[in-house]
Design a protein around this ligand. Structure first.
Ligand code: DGL
Length: 268
């Protein structure tokens, strides 16, 4: 890793703006790292796509991005793409890949009631991978799952300056609470990178008795570890955000992305 040019960026990839919740803590650890943030707006929402579609779409798109930006490492800042397509991505690309997986292990360690909620996209919560994590790390606990495509839309709306409909958030929380044992849930895994963008709205519905947890801090530490010994620029160059072209969904204003170190927006 130390041999990469100081200009070689870290590539963050998501279907939309959710990956910013992973970019944020990574920049805090590696403040001068060059950044490319890629969002597949033409493919959003991933949570409503089939496994086969994502397994071919994501590696192909990442291949184009790697060719164009020559990153030193790629972060798949999307639970849906990671839980479905990570082996395909790793097989297709010749660079270190860091994926995002639901934080079931730390949630299980934190829960006192033994009831954990996993809130993700519909595609993520149906993955055997999630079942496997539950078996390995929360075998004696109750792991409830719920998929909410509406929350992804709400998070995008919020970052585009729109108003979040709190009823949407309430419905997502009810989808867990109304399951058997749901009333005892004391830890909620945010298993979609979009959902921490709605942290305040979710906490309002959950109340103080439920702690939310996501994987972003762990991912940022993993990136810092994998790039240990790397040479970085003295100052952070302006980051690039790149969006796949979508007729109905323009990129957000630059002002939304600037706090994450983004200085320009491109489309492909
Ligand atoms: N941000 C993505 C995730 O972490 C998915 C959102 C979507 O495209 O449905 O799963």
């Amino acid at each position: 890793m130390s041999s990469a040019s100081p200009d070689a960026p870290i590539l963050f990839f998501d279907s939309g703006l959710g990956g910013l919740t992973v970019l944020g803590p990574t920049r805090a650890l590696l403040p001068t790292a060059p950044i490319v943030y890629a969002a597949d707006y033409a493919g959003l929402p991933y949570g409503q796509k089939s496994e086969a579609e994502l397994a071919s779409r994501v590696p192909a798109l990442l291949g184009r991005l790697v060719e164009r930006y020559q990153p030193r490492l790629a972060v798949i800042a999307c639970n849906t793409a990671s839980t479905i397509a990570l082996p395909h991505i790793r097989a297709a690309l010749d660079l270190p890949i860091v994926g995002t997986v639901p934080a079931i292990k730390p949630a299980a360690a934190l829960s006192k009631s033994g009831v954990i909620g996993v809130l993700g996209t519909e595609a993520t919560v149906r993955q055997p991978y999630v079942e496997d994590l539950s078996r390995r790390f929360a075998a004696d606990q109750c792991v409830l799952r719920h998929g909410s495509p509406e929350l992804v839309t709400a998070a995008e709306t919020k970052l585009h300056g729109g108003i979040v409909d709190q009823a949407v958030v309430a419905r997502a929380v009810a989808g867990l609470r109304e399951q058997p044992q749901g009333a005892a849930m004391d830890v909620l895994v945010l298993a979609c990178t979009h959902f921490p963008l709605l942290e305040a709205e979710l906490q309002r519905e959950l109340g103080d008795s439920v702690t939310m947890i996501d994987g972003a801090e762990g991912i940022s530490r993993r990136v810092a570890h994998l790039t240990e010994g790397s040479v970085w620029p003295d100052r952070a160059p302006p980051g690039i955000a790149v969006f796949t072209r979508s007729a109905g969904r323009p990129p957000p204003p630059l002002a939304t992305l600037a706090p994450y170190g983004i200085g320009s927006i491109e489309t492909i």
